[in-house]
Design a protein around this ligand. Structure first.
Ligand code: PGA
Length: 250
């Protein structure tokens, strides 16, 4: 049995003093967790978060990374910069990046390759809109996000990629996918990964569910055979709620 990977996505929340407070509360609450616990914090919190969580079972992640190692890219942060800080994970291709910042499958693919080159574990987000689900395009959309976003990625590289299935209509809305929808869709994602990377690699890969996961619905979602964890936004801003999810135990 795999353990689960529960990652908090703080988005653009928590200045340094709030980050300190939240992590200080969280550390003792998840110290017995048998899962992998990750906090993906804003860039400005990274150094403090890494320092605070050193020697604990909380790993720190960033929320994006550029596709070049350095250069004239005002406002961007590179993979070697994250690596230097001791960051372990990075979210790439979140739907908010795709929607508000023009992120495409092609730029996502370039960012993933650079992150892997610097030994960062990638949380790659994919997911369909409500209109796409209602017009039965979910599988087609996920298929294209996976094949373009993971173009020319090898099976050994794929093992360092966690896929987060986040239906856009469930993010920050309080509307969670039903357990059955989440399980079915993630099972489809695993089949697609199996075609791309082989069955063994696809079995080893982690696929998370994200979108209004909270302390109440997490247990049921995480007990599904194909759901290997969660990417948690809103509920990760509260130490007690996030700890309840992170301490999931079958
Ligand atoms: P949510 O966010 O849990 O607030 O819906 C999830 C995400 O965007 O990663």
């Amino acid at each position: 049995m795999k353990n689960k990977i529960l990652a908090g996505n703080w988005k653009m929340n928590n200045d340094i003093s709030c980050a300190r407070q939240l992590l200080t509360q969280l550390i003792p609450l998840v110290k017995e967790s048998t899962n992998t616990v990750v906090a993906c914090v804003p860039y400005t919190d990274l150094a403090v978060a890494v320092e605070l969580c050193r020697g604990t079972n909380i790993k720190i992640g960033a929320q994006n990374v550029h596709w070049a190692s350095s250069g004239a890219f005002t406002g961007e942060i590179s993979a070697p910069m994250l690596q230097e800080l001791g960051v372990a994970y990075v979210i790439i291709g979140h739907s908010e990046r795709r929607t508000y910042f023009g992120e495409t499958d092609a730029t996502i693919c370039m960012r993933i390759k650079k992150a892997l080159e610097y030994n960062l574990l990638v949380i790659m987000c994919i997911g369909e809109s409500l209109a796409q689900r209602q017009s039965n395009q979910t599988q087609q959309i996920l298929n294209s996000q996976l094949s373009l976003g993971l173009k020319d990625i090898s099976s050994s590289q794929a093992k360092n990629i966690i896929v987060a299935y986040e239906p856009i209509w469930a993010i920050g809305t309080g509307v969670t996918a039903t357990t059955q929808q989440a399980q079915e869709t993630i099972c489809y994602i695993r089949k697609t990964l199996s075609t791309m990377f082989g069955e063994n690699t696809a079995k080893e890969m982690y696929i998370q569910y994200g979108g209004s996961m909270n302390q109440t619905n997490a247990q049921e979602l995480l007990s599904q055979p194909d759901i290997d964890g969660g990417l948690i936004g809103g509920a990760s801003l509260d130490a007690t709620k996030f700890a309840t999810i992170a301490n999931y135990n079958k």
